[in-house]
Design a protein around this ligand. Structure first.
Ligand SMILES: *[C@@H]1O[C@H](CO)[C@@H](O)[C@H](O)[C@H]1NC(C)=O
Ligand SMILES: *[C@@H]1O[C@H](CO)[C@@H](O)[C@H](O)[C@H]1NC(C)=O
Ligand SMILES: *[C@@H]1O[C@H](CO)[C@@H](O)[C@H](O)[C@H]1NC(C)=O
Ligand SMILES: *[C@@H]1O[C@H](CO)[C@@H](O)[C@H](O)[C@H]1NC(C)=O
Ligand SMILES: *[C@@H]1O[C@H](CO)[C@@H](O)[C@H](O)[C@H]1NC(C)=O
Length: 826
């Protein structure tokens, strides 16, 4: 920009200031009739919370009028005035009061944006109106002199015209008189363009006490379900409200209905954003972490919707979105630019209702998360075949899914939010997609299009990886991916990458043992160690350098028969690799939850495994040189050696405690839902009682052969512990025991184990035993001498406020690594 013009302009501004004899050079929270805002001038709310002025998003060359947090060190814009009409000349543009409105005027473009308040009370004299920025982030246009104490309605307020952000105190509502949403959040187009994007968050006009997220204002792909006034939560998404941070409320009267929320602790800084990825995210500013950052509290839906209709999202593969078989990208150009939001379209039209054509068929897609788009439920259908014919007989039906518990679900219209899950993911369902019969006859043409898609996508591979990391850094867990100093301060043997590659046949598929929490695990042969397991930390997985070094240091110092032994490591060329002793029988979950394999586990073996895990935990809590909290104990982290002895693995999440320390807090709650204790999941408090809780859940899984994570599907959303407890109370404890172990078990031993399990999953950490007592109780034979257990945490009771705590654990629908960040309690 020409500096001369700048100076001239500044001079004229100063001149104007003097001329008008007012405090035009704004240091206030108000723009009055005589004042205007230009260039780098801003107004700041009275308490110094929010600031309004011109801003430029990212590297864009466009300027916008926006409101951002004054005190948050990462510039965070919460509202934009001229979303679709950027200006480039901020020094020759002014924001001023004109004809009773706030107006943005640019020298080059003229009138760019205005509040267009239509009020009969304002006179044409603009002197009667002023704009005030309040400490809650609301920009209010009101009659001059009407102070906050006079309760006159504002002529206009930014809270009624939100951009992508829902701030505490503002509303998302529905006007019953005009029958329209009064506020809608719309995502930005991208991080540099605040123009309205494709995703919107609003109330459902068909059911105004629920939120929906839509794509292009037409395709709904997520709903919170209706608000339940009695329990203050959403039916399908109770997690949204169950916390000690946000206080949601729903107000309804004859004119309008709306949701609003406040923060229990008003000093907290928090916002809710319709993000460009298609997720609504609740974020909280953490002043205490380093680096200071926005932490994700929750996001909905968990599946990213940007894959557009008829494409699936698969976080394990690149590109992240791919068209379903029988479909091709709507726009190949967008697809090659990694813009998948347009989705895919059908290659061959369906033959429905056409007697001459052959009948349509269904493509079976296992391990899918079901579409987020609206479905029709036929819960009374008892056979899969019936479900098939219901879909075939309806020309609009394009997909169905069937299960004996949920019945038959049918989808019409575009399919959204499809996600390919790992084959062993307990939440996966089989989805049947309707295709023209001809699609099945010629698999070659399908293959060819797949190759084309792959090739065009590979071109953008690096960009995707880059974006993914950027995303992780910004919205993920705040982890850093350092280059890896290559220093091994754990005293472990270091191996060269060359040797690891030779040992695993270049990480060949044939050597792959499975997918661990943080990356694939391969079998390898090292001449001096014979068989080893090699864990290659994938950079995508989330275990960063920090976790890697953590695991290295911790486990290198641990020596116990019930802990998996670390034999060496390799840090080279961005690779982070751990070498473990080889466990021929892999992990416990492979046996426990597999209908055939579980018969291997008779009662004796199960009891030995329980004892072994207890010993391993007791060692890390009490007898090792360090006091360690594992924080992620679960069936897949217990490995079995050739004689089925259990060994605890995966110390990536573990924390070292001072020997005398008993409790700590964390800003990042990491672990697996279902195994997390309530105090940890909700407040990030953790102590050895967190591991005791996880042990209790695991113990009940071993006894029952049932997966805790699969329990949300069962009646009343209870947990495994809740279900077992009900049976136990009725004296039917034996029914809890896995059928394949029930016959030959020692009833008193099995019931004693269960009893110990219940003691471990009690809600109050103080009620839970330590691992030393657990170990003694398992050894003792006096079941009668065990203390009485209280009801397990997370077993739901209606209208029981504390029970609400359990819902995140049972509704997270995932058995995978989930990292939730929860701000620290004071
Ligand atoms: C903005 O531009 C700078 C310099 O060209 C670059 O380093 C930075 O990554 C860009 N930022 C974004 C968000 O693209
Ligand atoms: C969004 O919907 C409008 C009509 O409602 C349509 O014209 C437009 O093409 C749609 N946009 C996309 C990206 O599909
Ligand atoms: C939650 O919000 C409602 C409505 O604004 C209010 O009446 C209630 O007192 C709040 N609860 C707490 C604990 O702050
Ligand atoms: C609804 O609107 C009418 C007409 O504007 C007004 O008189 C009434 O007070 C409103 N009701 C509520 C609860 O705000
Ligand atoms: C019915 O099938 C014939 C031949 O396959 C095709 O030409 C015609 O367009 C189809 N009609 C409808 C309504 O799909």
């Amino acid at each position: 920009m020409d500096t001369k013009t700048n100076q001239k302009f500044l001079l004229s501004v100063i001149f104007l200031c003097l001329y008008m004899k007012t405090h035009v050079c704004l240091a206030a929270d108000t723009i009055t009739a005589n004042q205007y805002l230009s260039g780098d001038q801003t107004i700041v709310s009275a308490g110094g919370v929010f600031e309004l002025g011109f801003f430029k998003p990212g590297n864009s060359s466009n300027y916008y009028i926006g409101i951002w947090y004054k005190k948050v060190s990462v510039r965070t814009v919460v509202w934009v005035a001229n979303r679709e009409q950027p200006i480039s000349d901020r020094f020759s543009s002014v924001l001023k009061i004109s004809d009773g409105n706030l107006l943005l005027f640019s020298k080059s473009k003229g009138s760019v944006w205005s509040t267009s308040a239509t009020s009969s009370t304002t006179t044409s004299a603009s002197g009667s109106v002023e704009a005030v920025l309040l400490d809650n982030g609301n920009l209010v246009l009101r009659a001059d002199g009407s102070s906050a104490s006079t309760k006159s309605e504002p002529l206009w307020q930014s809270f009624d015209h939100p951009a992508d952000t829902w701030l505490p105190g503002s509303r998302i509502g529905f006007n019953k008189i005009t029958k329209q949403q009064s506020q809608i959040l719309t995502s930005w187009k991208n991080s540099e363009d605040p123009a309205p994007g494709l995703f919107s968050f609003e109330l459902d006009p068909k059911q105004i006490n629920s939120f929906i997220i839509q794509w292009n204002r037409s395709q709904q792909y997520w709903t919170s379900g209706p608000w339940d006034e009695n329990s203050d939560k959403f039916r399908w998404d109770p997690e949204m409200t169950l916390n000690d941070v946000f206080n949601y409320s729903y107000v309804t009267n004859e004119n309008e209905s709306y949701f609003t929320y406040s923060l229990y602790d008003p000093k907290r800084i928090s916002r809710c954003v319709m993000y460009t990825s298609g997720q609504i995210q609740q974020l909280t500013w953490l002043e205490t972490t380093s680096p200071r950052q926005w932490n994700l509290f929750w996001s909905k839906p968990k599946v990213y919707a940007f894959c557009g209709p008829f494409s699936t999202y698969n976080e394990q593969s690149l590109p992240l979105c791919s068209c379903l078989m029988g479909f091709e990208p709507e726009s190949h150009r967008d697809w090659s630019l990694q813009d998948y939001s347009g989705g895919c379209s059908r290659k061959t039209t369906l033959q429905c209702g056409n007697a001459t054509g052959t009948e349509d068929r269904f493509l079976e897609m296992p391990s899918m998360s079901l579409p987020a788009s609206v479905e029709d439920k036929h819960s009374s259908i008892a056979y899969a075949k019936q479900c098939t014919s219901i879909c075939l007989s309806n020309c609009f039906c394009i997909a169905y899914a069937y299960s004996s518990t949920a019945g038959c679900s049918i989808w019409t219209g575009d399919l959204f939010g499809l996600k390919q899950l790992a084959p062993d993911d307990g939440d996966g369902r089989t989805l049947y997609i309707r295709l023209a019969a001809s699609e099945f006859k010629n698999p070659k043409s399908h293959k060819r299009s797949l190759v084309i898609a792959t090739v065009s996508a590979t071109a953008g591979l690096l960009t995707i990886i880059f974006c993914y990391f950027l995303w992780k850094k910004t919205w993920g867990k705040g982890r850093k991916y350092g280059a890896g100093g290559g220093k091994n301060d754990a005293g472990l043997p270091l191996y060269r990458l060359r040797r690891i590659l030779a040992a695993t046949n270049n990480f060949s598929e044939a050597n792959k043992l499975g997918e661990g929490g943080f990356g694939p695990v391969y079998k390898g042969i090292l001449p001096e160690l014979q068989e080893v397991a090699i864990k290659r930390l994938s950079k995508k997985s989330g275990q960063g350098h920090e976790e890697f070094m953590n695991e290295l240091k911790l486990i290198a110092k641990l020596q116990h028969t019930n802990l998996v032994r670390l034999l060496g490591c390799c840090i080279e060329k961005e690779e982070m690799i751990l070498i473990y002793e080889y466990m021929p029988n892999r992990s416990l979950d492979k046996f426990l939850f597999d209908p055939l394999e579980k018969t291997e586990l008779d009662w004796g073996k199960r009891f030995r495994i329980i004892e072994g895990i207890a010993q391993g935990l007791l060692y890390i809590h009490k007898y090792s040189r360090l006091k360690i909290i594992h924080r992620d104990l679960k069936a897949s982290n217990v490995l079995l050696d050739g004689s089925m002895n259990p060994k605890i693995s995966d110390f990536g999440m573990a924390r070292i405690f001072g020997m005398n320390q008993t409790e700590a807090n964390t800003n990042r709650v990491v672990g697996t839902y279902g195994y997390m204790s309530p105090e940890y999941a909700l407040y990030g408090h953790f102590s050895e009682k967190l591991d005791v809780f996880s042990f209790g859940v695991l113990l009940l899984e071993i006894v029952s052969g049932k997966k805790n994570a699969s329990f949300y599907r069962f009646e009343n959303s209870r947990t495994l512990a809740g279900w077992a407890w009900e049976l136990w109370k009725e004296g039917r404890g034996m029914e809890v025991i896995d059928e394949s172990a029930r016959e030959a078990c020692e009833p008193h031993e099995a019931l004693k184990c269960m009893h110990v399990g219940f003691l471990c999953v009690q809600e109050d950490p103080a009620d839970r035993p330590t691992m030393s007592s657990v170990f003694l109780m398992l050894q003792g034979n006096e079941a009668a001498s065990l203390p009485l257990s209280k009801e397990p945490a997370f077993s739901m009771h209606r209208n029981h406020p504390r029970a609400a705590v359990g819902i995140p654990a049972v509704t997270s629908f995932s058995n995978n690594e989930i990292t939730v960040s929860i701000p620290e309690g004071r």
